[in-house]
Write a protein that binds this ligand. Sequence first.
Ligand SMILES: [Zn+2]
Length: 244
Amino acid sequence: MGFSLEDVERYARHLVLSEIGGPGQQKLVAATVAVIGAGGVGSPAALYLAAAGVGTLRLIDPDTVSLSNLQRQILFDNADVGQAKVKVAQRRLSALNPGVRIETFAEALTLENAGRLIAGADAVLDGTDDFGVRHAVNAACVAHRVPLVSGALGRWSGQVGVFAGRPCYQCLVPDAPPDAETCARVGVVGALAGVIGSMAALETIKLIVGAGEPLEGRLLLYDGLSATTRTVRVAADPDCPVCR
Ligand SMILES: [Zn+2]
C-alpha cells in the first residue's frame, strides 16, 4: 500500500523517524484501536491517535457531554453540551483526519458485551474511571489476546500501564476498592488528563509500530504536584482468576 502525496505531507514527521518511517506508518494506518471512555484520558488520546493516522478508531462511551466535562475533556466544546460524546468525537476526529475511520458505540462496556466491542482491535486504550468497566475490559483483552493500555488519574497524579497477557490489570487491582475515588468526588486538574492521555496514546503507538520498550508489566506513576515520575514493576498474581 502506497501513500498519497497528501499522506506523505501529513505524516512527514513520523516518516523521518527511524522507529516509525514508512513501515511504521503503514502499521498505524492498518491498525484498529478501541478507546474505552471519551473522557479526560480518552479525549487527548483519541485526538493524538487520529492525528497519528491510526486507521480505525472505535469509540465506546454511553455518556452525553456535560458542562463539567469541558475543564479537561478536550474533544468537546461549549456547543456540544447535551450531545452524545461518541457522535461529537466522531465529527471532531474526522475533521482532524478524514482518513481515519471512526466507529462509535454509545453503550456502556460490560462483561457481556466487552468481547464484541474489542473484537478485532490491535490495542485497547482504557481511560474509564469505573473499576467494573476496567475489570471487564481487562478480562476481554486477556481472553482475546489484545494488549491493554490503561490510564487513570485523580487530583494531581496519574498512572499509565500496559498489560499484555500476564501480569494483567486484575493482578494490579484484584478488587474494586470499596471507597474508590472518582474525579467527580475528589477533583482532578484538567491538564493532568492531557499528560496521562498523551502518555497512553504514545504507548499505544509504540505497541503498534514496535518502537522502543513498551511499558508492559510496568506502571508509570506521575505526580503532578512534585513534577516527578517513577516506574514500578507489576507482579503477576499467582491466584489471578483472569490471566493465571
Ligand atoms: Zn492477572
